[in-house]
Design a protein around this ligand. Structure first.
Ligand code: SF4
Length: 268
């Protein structure tokens, strides 16, 4: 196994699709899903990638569902080569997502540098679990999407939640202070999230005009659009209420309630 952690890292998959969440929904992106995550969110939809595997998969024909496999760990240059192969004229940015990208900070930094060298936009999707690691890539990041975990998500044990939350807040503040477009995404699972969400809005008062708040109702596992079955959906009254709360903190027009849109059109 190659061990130069600054140049090699564990990937889960690479594919081209449309951003399905937040203010950049619908933008074409190439997704680099890094493998590995130490959290355990109840709603995780990428659990297959929480542990690194011996290989990662690449969808060379967009939307085909046909994959080829490449050995892990991969070099930064391997990944940049795949990006060039998948690139199309409509690509808005390169999304580095997870898993959790921040648990491979040197590899993440190496990728970020090369993505900027290639004059591509970097869209970083992270839980913000490690502020120190986040700072290593901040200067290369164009858009930071930070997925703040509430206690109901069970991302960590209850006694560790405050530490996770402080890291997430610090990432938001650092990104905003650096003038980077910053998206705070919060998955809402139900009424238990009301009080922690209100606290989050209080804690982000004064975080800056470049910050977006995306309230994302949790996606029921078997939800299909148009099937008339709303079992498991978050109540509309809660979503209205949280949106109104967020309006007291974030710039006008920067509060959104948006489900995972990519599921509606059946893409990754
Ligand atoms: S941080 Fe992301 S990858 Fe990790 S458990 Fe939560 S949803 Fe899954």
């Amino acid at each position: 196994m190659r061990t130069d952690s600054g140049r090699y890292g564990f990937i889960g998959e690479i594919f081209s699709s449309f951003q399905g969440e937040g203010p950049y929904v619908g933008r074409r992106q190439i997704f680099i899903r890094l493998a590995g995550c130490e959290l355990g969110c109840t709603y995780c939809d990428t659990s297959d990638f929480r542990k690194p595997a011996d290989s990662f998969r690449v969808e060379h024909v967009h939307g085909s569902g046909e994959w080829s496999y490449i050995d892990n760990p991969a070099s930064v240059d391997d990944v940049i080569g795949v990006i060039k192969l998948l690139h199309t004229p409509d690509v808005h940015s390169i999304s580095i997502t997870g898993g959790e990208p921040l648990i491979q900070p040197e590899f993440l930094e190496g990728l970020a540098v090369k993505i900027k060298d290639a004059r591509l936009r970097l869209f970083l999707e992270t839980s913000g679990c490690d502020h120190g690691a986040f700072m290593k890539v901040l200067e290369y990041t164009d858009i930071a999407s930070i997925d703040v975990k509430l206690p109901s998500h069970k991302a960590v044990r209850p006694e560790k939640w405050e530490v996770l939350y402080e890291n997430e807040l610090a990432c938001v503040q650092s990104a905003s202070s650096a003038g980077i477009e910053t998206v705070v995404k919060v998955v809402i699972t139900g009424e238990d999230d009301r009080a922690p969400f209100e606290r989050l809005c209080d804690d982000l008062q004064g975080s800056g005009d470049g910050v977006w708040m995306v309230i994302q109702p949790v996606t029921p596992p078997d939800m299909l659009i148009g099937n008339g079955d709303n079992d498991g959906c978050v109540s509309p009254s809660l979503l209205f209420s949280l949106s109104e709360t967020a309006a007291g903190t974030f710039k006008e027009g920067h509060v959104m309630v948006l489900p995972q849109m990519h599921r509606m059109i059946g893409v990754l």
